[in-house]
Write a protein that binds this ligand. Sequence first.
Ligand SMILES: [Zn+2]
Ligand SMILES: [Zn+2]
Length: 292
Amino acid sequence: MYHVLLYYHFVAIDDPELLASEQREQCETLGLRGRILVAPTGINGTVSGPRESCDHYRQLMLADERFATMVFKVDEVPSHVFQRLSVRVKPELVTFRTATPLNPAHRTGTHLSPREFYEMLQRDDVVVVDGRTDYEYDLGHFRGALRPDIASFREFPAWIDEHLTTVRDRPILTYCTGGIRCELLTAYLLEQGYSDVYQLDGGIVSYGKDPDVKGALWDGTCYVFDERISVDINHTDDRRVVGRCFHCDAPTERYVNCANLDCHKQHLSCELCEERTDRSCSPSCMEAERRE
Ligand SMILES: [Zn+2]
Ligand SMILES: [Zn+2]
């Protein structure tokens, strides 16, 4: 049995390079793979490995007083969901182009438990904003959420200026995969003068595991940044498919990589179109020489 750990923590890191090299060594020793980012403002990671190794890693992290209150989201998987380990130092954990750096450790939107979020979702006066990018939204999202037409997180400030100023007096609810992007997004909204700002604590993945709400009001599946591509969230009977085949617009939840090795574009494709196009995103990719 393997586990996938997803985690982040905002805390001052005096020597990011040192922490990164310690992380690299620990993960290599334990046989963990995945992606870890270290910044002066904290750490963000997702790793996979044998269950015992993941347990050991969590104990090591929690023993470090900087990370003693860190929350790990844990998923069971049959094997590794990453090809290799990458530990990098970056100036920010999430690239978010703002004039002044945001520090969610000091100020961020109110955290809502899955139950609180579920109840607030159903109010008429709230504005629900998907805190991710357009292609993530297209595979699955909360019912009624706004779809930011952005391809990367750094485009959010401009999108907010354009789309949210008219609703600035209403409660704003945000959510993202594991919670880290909402920490920054809601910090930014508060800084911009929005006053009633909330975020889903632990993100979509925690919401799907909550035994009380069971992922209710989530439609489709949730995009994840590893080999699984997507995970199930809604475990109730009221569940809708929202994904559409890139080629024929039929409802589908199958995300595939274009077989042209120089493209590899992830796109939704129904089974028929995958066969018909030889798993290609375009006619030119279908004829490409370097194919899987
Ligand atoms: Zn199709
Ligand atoms: Zn392609």
